[in-house]
Design a protein around this ligand. Sequence first.
Ligand code: ZN
Ligand code: ZN
Length: 162
Amino acid sequence: MAHPFTAVPLGFSVMGRDALWWGGCAWDSFALPHLLPEQSPVLVATSCPACDTPHAWHVDDREPPPGDQVAHFLVPTRHMWDDVVHTCGNQRIFCSEQCVTDWLARTGNQRGYVMNLPTLWRLASGWYAGRLERGYVRREPSAAADYLRGVGLSGPFWGLTD
Ligand SMILES: [Zn+2]
Ligand SMILES: [Zn+2]
């Protein structure tokens, strides 16, 4: 994996104007049109991990796509790099809160963090800014926290205490 790109299938495909990628996780898939605006809008496709219903959105770099599905992230930020394939493989989009609940009951996983599509889109929009440029430096933790707060996330899952 070279975020937000991945060579292994993790549940998402992303089709641009003239390219097709494995999308990585929900976060990575929604980030691609921001990194590659010339490919935008891209068609992001996946299926619900709980009930296998297919879902697809045209995602661009201007506004969140319509849809009342929810994203569920299983692994809290402090453990995200323990096993990044497991982490990304469990950042998925479900039909609804009910499908998240059903999937957690079936898999025995603890609930992570649920967000709506506009929040996912905002999270993805600037996270990888500059990633394709030479000399890219990962954000400082305090800047990352400011970014996460700014897109509407909160709580210990994200390492945010206020
Ligand atoms: Zn990912
Ligand atoms: Zn479902």
